[in-house]
Design a protein around this ligand. Structure first.
Ligand code: CLF
Ligand code: SF4
Length: 504
C-alpha cells in the first residue's frame, strides 16, 4: 500500500460542473492531474483554488469597493467585508487608477504574485463601476495576472456577463444558508430595488440571487468557490445541506470558514456573545462536507488589501507613497515573472517526484510487519515553497497535518502570536510561548527548521515532540518520515501506553 498525500486539490473525479468528488490520489502524483486541462490551467497557480499552489504563489487584494448592499450580523461597516476578510481590520481605500498602479508595482516586485482579487472593504459588486474599472484596466495592462472577485451574491446575476467580458474566471460567493429562516438569523436586511427588506423576506431574495448567480457562472465556465461562515447554533448543521446544493450546481470548491466574533469589533454577534467554532468543530464540519465536495482548508481570511503568500502580509511595503518612488517596467517584469513561474513549476515537479520515492507503506519498513497504527496530528512551521523552513520562534502560524498509515492530509492552520521577535518583548515570551503551546493542543509533533532550548523543553512537557531534523525538506515528505519513525518505535501503535507515545 502506498502512503498518500491528500490536499484540497487531490480529489479524483471532476463533477459535470467542474467540481470535484473527494477521494485520494497517490503521493507522487500531480494533485491536479485529474482535472481537465482548461480547469487545471485556471487553478494550478491560484493560491486559494489549489492547496499545493498556496505554498508557492501569492495573491493580492486591492481595496476599491467601500459600499455594501446587505448587512451581516458578523460585520461592522467600520471594517473590511468579513465574508472573506478577518474582521477587525481596516484597509486603505484606493481609486481604480491607484489600484492598477499598485498591482503593477507588486507584480514587478513579487513575481510569484499570480492573482489579483477584489474582496472589499464592502461588497465588490455593490460598487460595480470601481470594481469593473479596475478589472478592465488590468486585463489589458497585466494579462498574465488572474482576476478574482468575492461577493455576497446579491448583485451577481446582473453583473455575470460583464464579469465574463473582463476575463474574471474565479468568483467567490459567500453562501451561509439556503433556507431563508436560517438566513434571517444571519442577515437583518438586504437593500434591494431601492428598499431595505428585512428578515425572512430579505434573506429569501439574497438566497435566490446567490443561487441564480452560481448557476449563471457555472454555465459560462467560470470557476466558483463558495465561502460559508460557520456560526455555531445558527447554521453549522445546515451547512451540510448548503454544501450538497452548491456542489450539485457545479461549485468547484467549498470554503467553510470559522466565525470570528469579538465584542471589541462592535458586530451584532460580537456584542451578543455569539461564539465561533473550535478547531475541532470546524474540522469535523469540513470533513462532513468533504464527503460531498472539494473543501478548502487553507483559507487565511485575508484583509481586503492583503499582499503576499496566504498567511503573509506585505501590504506595508506597497503603500502609495512607496510605490510612487518605484520605477516599473512591466514588459521586463513579465519576462522575470515567466522565468520565476517556470522555476516554481520545476520545483513542484521535483517535490512530487521525491514524494513518490519516499511514500512507502509502513508495512514495508525493514520488512517488519507493524501492528495497526493510529493517526496523529503534526504542526509545521513554514515560510512557503512547501518546505520545513521556519524557526519555531518566528512562526506566526502553524500548518496542521494529519498523518496516518495511509495518508498525509493537510487539515488547516492555527495562528499564534510571535513569541520571539528578538526585541523588547522578550519579557512576555513565556506567556506567548505558553499560548502557542495551547494553540497546538492535539498535535503530537511540531516540525520546524530550528528551535530554541526553552520551547523545546516546554513542548516536551506538554507532550508535543519538537523536531528540527527535517529542515528544508518538503512538508508532506517530512511529515511522512516522522510518522514512520514514530511508528517504528511503537509510539503510534493503537494500544501504545502514554509513556511510550510521548517519548521523544
Ligand atoms: Fe482573494 Fe479570495 Fe480570490 Fe483568493 S483570498 S478574492 S479567492 S484571491 Fe483566499 Fe484569502 Fe481565503 Fe479569500 S485565503 S480569504 S479564499
Ligand atoms: Fe459586511 Fe461583507 Fe456582509 Fe457587506 S457582505 S455586511 S461588507 S460582511
Amino acid at each position: 500500500m502506498e502512503l498518500k498525500v491528500l490536499g484540497q486539490d487531490t480529489p479524483a473525479a471532476p463533477s459535470p460542473g467542474g467540481g470535484c468528488a473527494s477521494s485520494g490520489c497517490g503521493g507522487n502524483s500531480d494533485h491536479l492531474a485529474h482535472l481537465p486541462e482548461a480547469i487545471r490551467e485556471k487553478v494550478h497557480n491560484h493560491p486559494c483554488y489549489s492547496e499545493e499552489a498556496h505554498h508557492h504563489y501569492a495573491r493580492m487584494h486591492v481595496a476599491v469597493a467601500p459600499a455594501c448592499n446587505i448587512q451581516c450580523h458578523y460585520c461592522n461597516r467600520k471594517y473590511d467585508c468579513a465574508n472573506e476578510s478577518r474582521p477587525g481590520v481596516v484597509s486603505e481605500l484606493l481609486t481604480p487608477d491607484q489600484a492598477v498602479t499598485k498591482v503593477m508595482a507588486v507584480a514587478a516586485s513579487i513575481p510569484q504574485m499570480t492573482v489579483l482579487g477584489i474582496a472589499g472593504p464592502g461588497d465588490p459588486l455593490a460598487n460595480p463601476e470601481r470594481t469593473l474599472s479596475t478589472f478592465r484596466q488590468l486585463s489589458e495592462k497585466a494579462p498574465d495576472i488572474k482576476l478574482c472577485v468575492s461577493t455576497n451574491g446579491l448583485a451577481l446575476p446582473a453583473l455575470v456577463d460583464e464579469l465574463c467580458q473582463h476575463n474574471i474566471d474565479h468568483v467567490t460567493i459567500t453562501i451561509n444558508c439556503v433556507d431563508p429562516e436560517v438566513g434571517a438569523q444571519i442577515y437583518p436586511w438586504v437593500f434591494w430595488n431601492n428598499r431595505r427588506i428585512r428578515g425572512v423576506e430579505g434573506a429569501k431574495i439574497l438566497i435566490e440571487q446567490q443561487q441564480k448567480g452560481l448557476e449563471m457562472l457555472v454555465e459560462r465556465g467560470v470557476l466558483v468557490k463558495v465561502n460559508s461562515v460557520m456560526i455555531p447554533g445558527v447554521n453549522e448543521e445546515h451547512l451540510k445541506e448548503v454544501s450538497e446544493v452548491v456542489k450539485a450546481k457545479g461549485a468547484f470548491l467549498h470554503n467553510v470558514m470559522p466565525l470570528i466574533a469579538e465584542a471589541e469589533h462592535g458586530t451584532f454577534y460580537g456584542i451578543m456573545g455569539q461564539r465561533g467554532p473550535t478547531h475541532a468543530e470546524l474540522q469535523a464540519l469540513q470533513d462532513e462536507c468533504a464527503g460531498d465536495m472539494n473543501m478548502m482548508r487553507h483559507c487565511r481570511q485575508c484583509r481586503a488589501d492583503a499582499v503576499g503568500l496566504l498567511g503573509e502580509d506585505r501590504g506595508d511595503e506597497f503603500t502609495m507613497d512607496k510605490i510612487a518612488e518605484m520605477e516599473i517596467d512591466y514588459g521586463k517584469a513579465m519576462e522575470t515573472r515567466k522565468q520565476v513561474h517556470e522555476a516554481i513549476e520545476a520545483d513542484r515537479e521535483a517535490q512530487r517526484q521525491r514524494a513518490g520515492q519516499c511514500f512507502v507503506s509502513l508495512t514495508e519498513l525493514g520488512g517488519v510487519a507493524r501492528k495497526e497504527t493510529r493517526p496523529m496530528l503534526m504542526a509545521v512551521a513554514t515560510e512557503g515553497h512547501g518546505l520545513i523552513n521556519q524557526h519555531f520562534g518566528h512562526a506566526r502560524e502553524f500548518l496542521i497535518y494529519e498523518a496516518s498509515a495511509t495518508d498525509v492530509r493537510f487539515i488547516g492552520h492555527r495562528k499564534v502570536d510571535l513569541y520571539c521577535s528578538g526585541g523588547d518583548t522578550c519579557g512576555d515570551a513565556e506567556t506567548a510561548l505558553q499560548k502557542t503551546i495551547r494553540t497546538l493542543e492535539g498535535c503530537e509533533a511540531v516540525l520546524c527548521s530550528k528551535i530554541g532550548f526553552e520551547p523545546w523543553g516546554m513542548l516536551e512537557e506538554a507532550g508535543i515532540m519538537p523536531n528540527g531534523e527535517h529542515a528544508m525538506e518538503p512538508i508532506e515528505e517530512a511529515v511522512a518520515a516522522v510518522y514512520r519513525e514514530m511508528a517504528k518505535d511503537g509510539r503510534l501503535d493503537a494500544q501504545a501506553p502514554e509513556t511510550l507515545r510521548m517519548r521523544a
